[in-house]
Design a protein around this ligand. Sequence first.
Ligand code: SF4
Ligand code: SF4
Length: 355
Amino acid sequence: MAMRQPIESGVPDNKQYLHPTLLKNYGNWKYHDRPRPGVLHHVSHSGDEVWSVRAGTQRQMDIYTIRKLCDIADTYAEGHVRFTIRSNIEFMVSDPNKVAPLIAALGENGFPVGGTGNSVSMIAHTQGWLHCDIPGTDASGAVKALMDELHEEFIHEDMPNRVHLSTSCCEINCGGQADIAIIVQHTRPPKINHDLVANVCERPAVVARCPVAAIRPALVNGKPSLEVDEKKCICCGACYPPCPPMQINDPEHSKLAIWVGGKNSNARGKPTFMKMVMSGLPNNPPRWPEVSAVVKKILQTYKEDARSWERVSDWVERIGWPRFFEKCDLPFTKYLIDDWRGSRANLNASTHIRF
Ligand code: SF4
Ligand code: SF4
């Protein structure tokens, strides 16, 4: 009888996938530099060298695109690729003469080479409507529309410092803390389809998931269902994944907000949380022009006004938030003020938080 195979779980050992030169020199690198935007050059203590060519992708890829990228890796690189956390693909070569033909092949196939150093990186983005766990909505489309307009900033390194962008449906995980983030903003409580709740939802799980205890079991038309206390509801969308009949997405009332000034790195300054600077932008497919216009205005102002090596948060810290709003021509509205009024009552209503 065949031996029972171990259950596959956790992160696989990455060494089996590494380019042979990377494997050979693992942990033994001397320095790296960037011969041009989109190319990293690593030199090992052993004298080995590797050039990594970074290109932008659309993140959510069809099988044909993956095959095309693999063919480029086999023909022009050395058969190994890896993906960065911002969904760029990197091809590794150990011969400098392979770099230019590889860049040309990527360009011919529509993959821009860039995203290194002081460039605008590819946008880290949520799975959106594919399977975002909380308030899934459009993400790839807004990312594509914006990056089409920021193409030049991706392939050049002209920013004061690196700029990380993100798009997400909540403001925590997928986007992390970005210099500029586009975040979904629902503004109305979920609409409940009572005919479906009893068949689809585990009602206790839904009730437990609401962070402000706004959901109660209810009997509607003789069937078990749920009801929402709309005064308490903060429109977070957490009830939607365990109970799709609680539809939170709305063509008119689901908006997009822009947040600014987050960073995960602790280089030159502490990590920072981003803050909302624009709310209620229309979720306007297919090109989301209002969102792109605000992001581009902030980027342009940062590019002109920040000193060398200032991240967006360092720049805002130096000039102050009032000047930031003035310089970027953004209105400061009541929707940007988080005074936590009522939070004591709301949070204490949850079973999890007491103060
Ligand atoms: S971390 Fe946030 S944006 Fe990402 S999938 Fe989960 S809820 Fe959606
Ligand atoms: S989980 Fe969020 S959206 Fe759903 S009822 Fe509670 S506060 Fe409202």
